[in-house]
Design a protein around this ligand. Structure first.
Ligand SMILES: [Zn+2]
Length: 119
C-alpha cells in the first residue's frame, strides 16, 4: 500500500492506497504536543519521549471516522469537514496510486507550498 502523509496545522494526515483492499485509507492524527510532530526531544536529538519518535500523540484516536473508501471524493469531503486541506498534488498522487495499483510506497510531503506558516 502507499502511505502518504502531510502536516496541516496541529494535525498529521495519513492517506494511502491499499492494494489488497482496493480502497483508499485516511487517518488524521494530532501532532505530539511535546515535540510538535518532529519526533525528537526539543533539546536533544533523542527520540521524543512522549511519542516515541513518531510525532503523533499516542492517546489520540484518528479524528476521522471514514476508515477506508473507494472514492477519493469521500476523502476530500471528510477532510473538508475537519477543516483540513487536501492539496491537489496529494490528490493527484493518490489517483495515480489507484491507477497503477501501487505496492509499497512511502512519501512525506515536507511542506505544503500553498500554505504559509502561522507560527
Ligand atoms: Zn513527540
Amino acid at each position: 500500500m502507499s502511505r502518504r502523509w502531510y502536516r496541516h496545522n496541529t494535525n498529521m494526515v495519513f492517506v494511502g492506497w491499499d492494494r489488497a483492499l482496493g480502497q483508499f485509507l485516511l487517518t488524521v492524527a494530532e501532532l505530539c504536543t511535546r515535540c510538535g510532530g518532529f519526533g525528537e526531544e526539543p533539546t536533544t536529538d533523542n527520540f521524543c519521549f512522549a511519542c516515541g519518535g513518531e510525532g503523533v500523540r499516542h492517546d489520540s484516536n484518528s479524528l476521522s471516522s471514514l476508515g477506508t473508501t473507494a472514492n477519493l471524493d469521500d476523502v476530500a469531503a471528510e477532510l473538508a469537514k475537519l477543516n483540513i486541506a487536501f492539496p491537489d498534488y496529494v490528490r493527484a498522487d493518490l489517483e495515480e496510486d489507484k491507477r497503477t495499483n501501487v505496492g509499497e510506497l512511502v512519501h512525506y510531503y515536507v511542506q505544503d507550498p500553498t500554505q504559509t506558516s502561522s507560527t
